[in-house]
Design a protein around this ligand. Sequence first.
Ligand code: ATP
Ligand code: MG
Length: 880
Amino acid sequence: MKELSSSEIRQMYLDFFKSKGHAVEPSSSLVPQDDPSLLWINSGVATMKKYFSGQVVPENPRMTSSQKSIRTNDIENVGKTARHHTLFEMLGNFSVGDYFKKEAIGFAWELLTSPDWFGWDADKLYMTVYPKDTDAKDAWEAVGVAPDHIIAVEDNFWDIGEGPSGPDSEVFYDRGEAFNNLAADDPENYPGGENERYLEVWNIVFSQFNHEPDGSYKPLPRKNIDTGMGLERVVSIFQNARTNFETDLFLPIIHKTAELSAGKKYGDNHEDDVAFKVIADHARAITFAIGDGALPSNEGRGYVIRRLIRRAIVNGQKLGINGAFLDQLVPVVGEIMQSYYPDVLKQADYIAKIVRSEEDRFGETLNDGLNLLNSVIADLKEQGGTQIDGADAFKLYDTYGFPVELTEEYADDQGITVDQAGFKAEMQKQKDRARNARGKQTAMGLQHDLLINVKTPSEYVGYTELETTSTLTELVVDDQLADEAPAGATVEAMFDTTPFYAEMGGQVADKGDILTGDGTVVAHVADVQHAPNGQNLHTLTLVAPMEKGTSYELKVDRKFHSKVEKNHTATHLLDKALREVFGEHTQQAGSLVEGDYLRFDFTHFGAVDPADLAKAEAIVNEKIFAEMPVKTVVTDIESAKKMGAIALFSEKYGKTVRVVSAGDFVTEFCGGNHVKNTNEIGLFKITSESGVGAGVRRIEAVTSAAAYKYLHDHDDILHAVGSALKVTQVTEVTQKVSALQAQVKSLEQQQAALEGKLASQEASAVFDKITTAGNYQLISGTVQVSKMDQLRALADTWRDQSLSDVLVLGAEVNGKANLIVAVSADKQKQVKAGDLIKAIAPKINGGGGGRPNLAQAGGKNPAGLPDAMTAAVDWLSEQD
Ligand code: ATP
Ligand code: MG
């Protein structure tokens, strides 16, 4: 076996497929783009849906990638099996309507066995195929796989519900007798079974059907290949590691964890080893997920991150690590992955900061959770129960971040179990809620058969022209290509040239009209989107018939377009201003450029200081007033990067890119429409700032006339306030308000002083009457106070002056009854305040409790206060 590092293996895979004509695609963000059906990118193909569904035609139908992926459904397996992770890298090769089964299998065999590439021993390899898929079996035999190494397995059909599906073929590596964890005759002991000896390394999917919404399978017009090979598993084979964890991808993290632990060593005992593995796994997943802009929270992706961090902390405790430590693993992960993911190390400080604050936060809930857990257990014991119910375990999990395993271990020490089924039911309920919230979306769009084959060119000329004379080249009526359309129809249309912008990069589509040569309007443009082959596809509502091949006048609504331009350039200025104020790590998390306003989402941890927001707003306006020219150039991606252009992480760019700069302030990759000089924007005003989801803030802002109107409306409000306050100049408003506040405060103080006096008069009246109840001297009575606090103050006075053995005071406050009971220090053995209050509180329809020296109660029945006093005398008379 060759001695190869994980970086070399990843590179070898990509190089092999590059040599077979594949375009090497970068590893996309873990956060799916425009795909609400997925929480995380969980495979290479998940980033390629738009190509597989036909929505977009790729530049090269052959692609290869090493795609970071997260699979939360494997979380329980982590550390327990040798081969599962939450975050792993999936090496893959893809064919979109190009090569199919035979070539895919040929490539696979060459990569795996050729001495120029992996050079693995053919005897060690086993293939599974779908029983009906004789083509796959024949193809494996044709390349030289022995028939007894090809196993038919019924499960080998890849299906994710609606969308592309098909049989698959998996490649297993026989790790040898030494890895047997099952008896020889165990039914799972075969390639494809759940065992440690035969390791699944690769899955090759032949996607040849479309799983239709009605459940049937229709052959796809274009057949696709999608494969996935787990990098960590391949590395474990090359590095002769017992599990994925004893490889260069994980060992440095494990060693660092050992350093931070209370003298624990990896390899000493099974239980600790599981903890080490879980920590190493989760550290990677957390680091990458946060690096891609996700943040800990209570829902969706954020919840996954939170759960991983807490699990890691609990496992850290098992290794004797108290307090935060995960943040120190972040740079270790960054270093391991640096060759292919240089951004992680660059962002390490930022990521570590977020991890640290989440660790500190769990440190707080950890104690709150423990308190709740203790009281649940105490209650259970009192009632003779032995099982914590599912709802309580779920509350601990959900509200206090207590993993159910931790609850279980803790309860177990006291002989108590956890209702797992009940917990799971609660969990399922929450999952269903989350799924419903995400909405019902098809897993993968159906192929856009109709437009995939439409390659008629269409040129967008809107950067320079807003009116053109253009020929109608394609018309879609009722999902059919057509030559003409009647008045009243809503149709889709393409023209040889068009000034209409198609919605993209947050900028909305242009509006406008289509006219005949003599100036009669024939259609309104309702929407413009990109067709699969990139043409601008106009949705038109017709007022008169239209005909293919005819020439029309295309007229963009200039007023609307000009507002959009202003908002778009302002968006770039804001993006840069936020980076100046909050740091370069601030990432755009979404943007909408409308005619009336602009909306900009960005990553930011915690609340935004209004002063910072004002700073960003001031910077944008400064750049507007500086009258900076806005220029665009079209160039190649490398030159654009050299210009320092801001690119969106999530976006994939072609070979040539358009770059927009405003003076020397900001340069961004952008295909949108912009003003020629920043001074056209006139004015920029932020109208709102709020949190949307965890760690993402949203700014809404307006420009130009809309900004003027906004400020003017606020000026009106200010004047209205001024006249209500009766000031002559609005500038006096703040002064006037401060003066009023001071006045209110002094009145409150006077009132409190008067109430104090009243209360002490009340007190001397009550304190004068000492009676005897049983063996005790008692002061009791109803007093007039306005707050419960004053009752407590009276009890303090009573205690300071040692006036009697027992004090019982009642008061009516805001229609409710309050009681306080105090017992002198030398009588607390015989009489407990808490017991006495329990005996008398029912008279006021209430309940209460407290310590032996002081107790209080509240109730709904003030009329019962005299009865409560009588009851106190009776109760005391019965005591020793
Ligand atoms: P397994 O049965 O081992 O869980 P799978 O059938 O779920 O694997 P696929 O969905 O076919 O895996 O994914 C393709 C490849 O990705 C697998 O052959 C494996 O090498 C890798 N892979 C899948 N899940 C994981 C995981 N949780 N951790 C590491 N690698 C994985
Ligand atoms: Mg599989």
